[in-house]
Write a protein that binds this ligand. Structure first.
Ligand code: SIN
Length: 481
């Protein structure tokens, strides 16, 4: 057991919480307490806001090159610390350490990408409506932003927000999940070490996030909120943003269809289904939740999927060779159990897994269900667990309609060798991220985000920095010809 006391990172200083309280952080593989961290309260949030506002002007007037240098140094230090960060991430989140290391690389890539984008915040000159006028467009940082980040990618979901915010010249307060505060505090340490001016970034952790977040949501000077998490919390934050008209970017729940056509490369479809399903034990907003397989290849696809998943080693992510770790908490396992029970009650068959497999830790075995229909909970809600629900279909039109029949629209995957179909589906699938013969479309270069109730705004790509910039125009008159 590791017991480690951490501090909050407020205004560039490490401090205890004003509440004087602490809360436990657990290892989901062992259920042991691995750390006790200060439980931030409203006073701490207020201090973080004040510290950010005190430095906002000077940070906004640094050159892009200065901000870029800090972000690049942070990316490099993060990569140097990959092993250490991965160990911490595995301890508090559960994902296997190799996967955690992969996430550190992914996290660093956002800092590096936005270090470069910082230098490319260009303006424009537009032909005006009168001969003696010119229209100039400039972009300016929108100010202080609040980031509320999830536990499933404890590093990458922070850097995906901090990277563009700092690159644009904004200050930021990060409120990470109370389930994974340690990785977040390690990231704060990295920024401190590379010389980020005090106050530009604060990281506050709190056992009960709602009152903490409310302080920032009620403050007019917090000009933006960016959130990755559930659609229900996203809706609440959207309502709370209304009073002070904050800019919002939300990456919310998904209900990703994964469609395998009978002309697909089946081996590749299976490999990619495993990536899209099993990444972070299925606890991802872009996880393949509904695996639609065309009837002619149903048997072939399913048996290959089962034989590969049956070989997966489940256990404590710190142990060598483990490929599947625990889920995050008991409620996560209970949700998976509920989905599997509901599916089997309605006629689905469990052909692999289907249980916890152990009494200690929040584990659930890699599971494959067949005979799944659209009337089951598992096809209607995000499962957030390692359960592959395989659903047969007959035609392209039919699967398109079924895939789109959801309020969510984050990611969709489809496998086919028909190039016409690749384009048709890209246009017709109502999702923000499309993996065409690709089970892992996530990358810093691309504008990650959803449509419908999966969110607003984009993270990554050159679009990502715009979410932290105000566009202004100057109508310049009095220019004689
Ligand atoms: C998420 O699940 O929220 C993000 C996953 C990703 O970045 O690929």
């Amino acid at each position: 057991m590791i017991t480690k006391m951490s501090h909050l990172f407020i205004g560039g200083d490490w401090c205890e919480a004003s509440t004087g309280e602490y809360f436990d952080v657990l290892n989901p593989a062992t259920e042991e307490v691995i750390a006790r961290v200060p439980d931030a309260g409203s006073v701490d949030m207020r201090m973080a806001i004040d510290a950010a506002l005190a430095v906002q002007k000077s940070w906004a007037s640094t050159t892009a090159a200065q901000r870029s240098k800090i972000l690049l140094s942070a990316a490099n230090l993060m990569r140097d610390r990959a092993e250490h960060l991965a160990q911490i991430m595995t301890l508090e989140e559960g994902k296997p350490v190799l996967e955690a290391k992969g996430e550190v690389t992914y996290a660093a890539s956002f800092l590096e990408w936005f270090a470069e984008e910082a230098k490319r915040v260009y303006g424009e000159i537009i032909p005006a409506n009168a001969p003696d006028k010119r229209i100039l467009i400039i972009k300016r940082p929108l100010g202080l932003a609040l980031a509320i980040t999830p536990w499933n990618f404890p590093a990458a979901m922070i850097t995906r927000k901090v990277g563009p915010a700092l690159a644009a010249g904004c200050t930021m307060i990060v409120k990470p999940s109370e389930l994974t505060p340690l990785t977040a505090l390690e990231i704060a340490k990295i920024f401190e070490e590379v010389g980020l001016p005090k106050g530009v970034l604060s990281v506050l952790v709190g056992k009960d996030p709602a009152p903490l977040v409310k302080v920032a949501m009620d403050d007019f000077n917090v000009r933006k909120v960016t959130f990755t998490g559930s659609t229900s919390v996203g809706k609440l934050l959207m309502k709370q943003s209304a009073d002070t008209m904050k800019r919002i970017s939300f990456e919310l729940g998904g209900q990703a269809p994964f469609i395998v056509f009978d002309d697909a490369d089946i081996n590749s479809a299976v490999e990619n289904a495993i990536i899209a399903k099993m990444r972070s034990m299925g606890e991802s907003c872009v996880a393949a939740n509904r695996i639609y397989v065309q009837r002619a290849v149903l048997e072939q696809f399913t048996s290959k999927l089962v034989s590969k998943l049956a070989e997966f080693r489940i256990g404590n992510g710190l142990e060598d060779g483990v490929q599947v770790g625990p889920l995050i908490e008991p409620a996560a396992v209970e949700k998976v159990e509920l989905h599997v029970a509901d599916a089997t009650k309605k006629g689905a068959k469990v052909i692999l897994g289907g249980s916890r497999g152990t009494n200690v830790g929040y584990f659930y075995l890699p599971t494959v269900l067949t005979n799944v229909t659209d009337s089951m909970l598992i096809t209607q809600e995000e499962t957030f667990g390692p359960v592959a629900a395989v659903i047969p279909f007959d035609t392209e039109e039919e699967v398109l309609e079924r895939a789109n029949n959801t309020h969510h629209g984050l990611a969709a995957y489809y496998f086919t060798k028909d190039i016409g179909r690749v384009f048709r589906l890209a246009e017709k699938l109502q999702f923000g991220i499309l993996g065409a013969n690709d089970g892992l479309p996530s990358t810093a270069q691309a504008p990650f985000g959803g449509v419908k109730e999966s969110g607003l705004g984009r993270e990554g790509g050159h679009h990502g920095i715009d979410e932290y910039l105000d566009v202004k125009y100057v109508s310049l008159g009095g220019i004689s010809s």
